[in-house]
Ligand binder design. Structure first.
Ligand code: PFF
Length: 465
């Protein structure tokens, strides 16, 4: 079995695939509007700190667990813990993948629809009319046929890539899509900066205003650090399991974080320079991308092309992330149940598409979560990003601290490192502290969220912030 396991074709291919997983709707859709509503650069500074303090150790942990065991999450935790209950952390990952892809695929479908909408010149009729644009978007996502049609197409792309396997599917796709995303974003930034008044967008994004920062934005920045790096559900364990021992996990993790952060900053720059140049509202929230941008693209020269390019990169970013989510599930059935890749992908890709249909319908007339007072779509989004991913991440950190041991973790990390510039015992202590801080901070946030959910009273409010 072990010898027939697929491996990445090259180090570059792995880094592009892993950063493809990290770079997604989180970077281009979520990050700019979160920054926009939470103090711009002040939010960015906190977000970067979270990435370094909490994201980096857990990313290293997931990659090391995957490479060591050459297995996807359930098998990996099982192997390293001698078949103890830690395997449930792996199962939690598979369940999170199921939940996330169900709604992620729906938004993936929207990106496809908006790419073609822009290409056909449809944004022209929305020029300067946010109300009309908002009405059209709300009607589209709430209708019973169109968004489902696009979601199914998006999911077919996703399954098509996963069926082709690790090297020619996931890696091959990332090698084409990631450079394209970088090039097109670069062009968009160039365009945004060349517009009169665009530079104000830069100030908005990069000049820290700490007075705008509040405790809930800090919690949000931390949650987002998990989501954007695809942590807490075994994606990086799965991708790490296709690595061989020659690879340096430290430098790989740094590359993934740099690319992910760089692309979020580029996306933020492109969006805010255009938004400021056109005098639109930078704090428009989740609708910034699907509602505000379509109204301003027609006002800049070559707007149809820029609009199409923008939504096309959003589509590619969503796709490279969605495949990494589906791969967690597919790899589980291949590793643990001995299924063929085709069977696992088609069956579970199909089931997730069906759950996604209910997600999409919940934004219109048919909401199966109506009793909870939120749409099924929002329910799955909140369940995964507020609870499942942080819990999975904190448990992974705890697993390393209490079961696997930081020493064994470090030994695995150092395989493939040619020259170590830091003292080994110092590195051991740093990793230990970072993992303790990560699990504590994340644990606190989860307790805070649960408190909020159960008693409608968050700890921050109780503490008088
Ligand atoms: N990192 C992706 C994004 O920023 O959109 C989302 C994601 C992908 C989350 C894969 C979790 C995951 F396992």
């Amino acid at each position: 079995m072990k010898n027939s396991r697929e491996q990445w074709g090259s180090r570059l291919g792995f880094i592009l695939a892993a950063s493809g997983s990290a770079v997604g709707l989180g970077n281009i859709w979520k990050y700019p509007h979160m920054a926009g509503q939470n103090g711009g650069a002040a939010f960015t500074v906190v977000y970067l700190l979270c990435i370094l303090i909490v994201g980096l150790p857990i990313l290293l942990g997931e990659l090391a667990i995957g490479r060591k065991t050459q297995l996807s999450p359930v098998g990996a935790f099982n192997k390293l813990s001698n078949l103890s209950n830690w395997k449930w952390v792996g199962f939690l990952g598979v369940a999170s993948a199921f939940v996330i892809l169900s709604f992620y695929g729906v938004v993936g479908g929207w990106t496809l629809k908006y790419t073609l909408f822009a290409l056909s010149g449809g944004f022209n009729s929305l020029s300067g009319s946010p109300d009309l644009s908002s009405q059209i978007f709300t009607e589209f996502i709430g209708s019973s046929f169109q968004p489902i049609f696009w979601q199914l197409i998006f999911m077919s792309f996703c399954m098509g890539i996963i069926i082709k396997g690790v090297k020619s599917g996931i890696e091959g796709g990332a090698k084409i899509m990631m450079p394209l995303i970088l090039i097109i974003l670069g062009l968009l930034v160039f365009k945004g900066l060349s517009l009169e008044g665009g530079k104000k967008g830069l100030e908005f994004l990069f000049k820290p205003k700490f007075s705008d920062l509040n405790p809930s934005s800090i919690v949000m920045a931390l949650g987002h650090a998990f989501f954007t790096l695809s942590l807490g559900m075994g994606t990086m364990i799965t991708y790490g399991s296709y690595l061989d021992e020659k690879q340096n996990l430290f430098t790989s993790a740094i590359w993934i974080i740099l690319l992910d952060t760089f692309i979020a900053m580029l996306a933020g720059t492109a969006i805010f320079t255009i938004v400021f140049a056109m005098g639109a509202d930078p704090s428009a929230g989740a609708g910034l991308i699907f509602v505000v941008l379509p109204t301003i693209f027609p006002q800049i020269g070559g707007g149809a092309i820029w609009g199409t390019l923008f939504f096309f990169i959003l589509f590619m970013a969503a796709l490279t992330s969605a495949i990494s989510i589906l791969e967690v599930i597919t790899a589980y059935f291949i590793d643990e149940k001995g299924w063929s890749r085709n069977k696992a992908t088609l069956l579970f890709g199909g089931i997730i598409s069906i759950v996604g249909v209910f997600c999409s319908l919940s934004l219109g007339e048919f909401n199966i979560a109506a009793l909870l007072d939120i749409s099924f779509f929002d329910f799955l989004d909140e369940l995964s990003s507020k609870y499942m991913l942080p819990i999975g991440g904190a448990l992974t950190a705890l697993f390393i601290l209490s079961k696997w041991s930081v020493k064994t973790f470090l030994t695995e990390l150092l395989i493939g490192v040619k020259e170590l510039k830091l003292d080994k015992s110092l590195l051991n202590s740093i990793l230990q502290i970072l993992l303790i801080v990560s699990s504590l901070v994340v644990g606190l946030i989860i307790i805070n969220e649960l408190f909020d959910l159960l008693f409608n009273q968050s700890l921050q409010k109780l503490a008088g912030f």
